[in-house]
Write a new protein. Structure first.
Length: 270
């Protein structure tokens, strides 16, 4: 087992995490995340922070919402950002649910439009996915070449009818999410966010009323990030709690259970 310093997507600080057999962080490709979940669980209204190309390696994934379908082992799925999806990951009798995800950078021109579904077993797209993983894990490869490799996967997916939805018109809540998501460990207040966005606190609260209010939006951002870190890293639960703004792991665990219906540590048990 090799120990290396890796930055995981969404983390404020670098952490020492295991990279090698059985681990999930990739020290050379912060845009690649290996996901693992030991128990079957359904997560409601999960909102991705970035679109991803995901391949299920073991078990299966069920997605419901704006995009829907069931992805078996070997299948590739294209998951959008910013849309609430109900996600259910199913381990097998022999081991945990496992998947590999490539985050699609904002600099990549992604095919968009109507999609015929969520997933494919197309061998050409899967081969392109493997090529992209190989290049993404080579630190000497120029970023433009890495981006081109990811784009090749997207073009094969486009050829079989899988595309990300057209971008939605920008909303005020999206500005709040972008600001807060950049530093979820910070002790955010409505006053601080309003000041950063040059609006009054009353205006902030009014414009977020459709999101359940500022506190609800902040909590949901933190819980979604925490879920990703629990599935995609080997960080201790206490460290995950700190990364998303909770000094108390027990308080974090209560919030997580209230949001997703199981304790944070339960995801990794088995």
């Amino acid at each position: 087992m090799v120990v290396a310093c890796a930055r995981l997507p969404g983390m404020k600080h670098d952490r020492l995490v295991e990279t090698g057999t059985g681990s999930r962080a990739d020290p050379f490709a912060p845009g690649v995340v290996r996901l693992r979940q030991a128990v079957r669980a359904q997560f409601r209204a999960v909102v991705g922070e970035a679109p991803v190309i995901l391949r299920v390696e073991q078990g299966r994934k069920v997605v419901r919402g704006a995009v829907a379908g069931e992805v078996a082992a070997g299948g590739l799925a294209l998951l959008p950002a910013g849309l609430p999806l109900d996600v259910e990951n199913h381990p097998t009798a022999d081991g945990p649910y496992r998947a590999t995800a490539i985050l699609i950078g904002a600099q990549i021109t992604t095919p968009r439009g109507m999609s015929r579904g969520l997933h494919t077993q197309d061998a050409r797209a899967s081969d392109a996915f493997d090529r992209a993983l190989d290049l993404l894990r080579r630190p000497a490869v120029p970023q433009a070449i890495r981006d081109h490799a990811v784009l090749e996967v997207l073009l094969w997916l486009d050829a079989v009818g899988l595309r990300l939805p057209p971008p939605a018109p920008p909303r005020f809540a999206d500005r709040v999410r972008a600001l807060v998501s950049a530093d979820l460990a910070r002790d955010w207040t409505a006053e601080a966010v309003a000041g950063a966005l040059a609006v009054s606190e009353a205006t902030l609260r009014r414009r977020l009323s459709g999101e359940g209010g500022f506190a609800a939006l902040l909590t949901d951002l933190r819980m979604n990030r925490a879920l990703g870190l629990l599935q995609g890293s080997d960080l201790p639960v206490a460290v995950v709690a700190a990364e998303v703004g909770y000094a108390s792991p027990s308080r974090f665990a209560l919030r997580f259970r209230a949001r997703f219906g199981l304790a944070p540590a339960k995801i990794r048990q088995g």
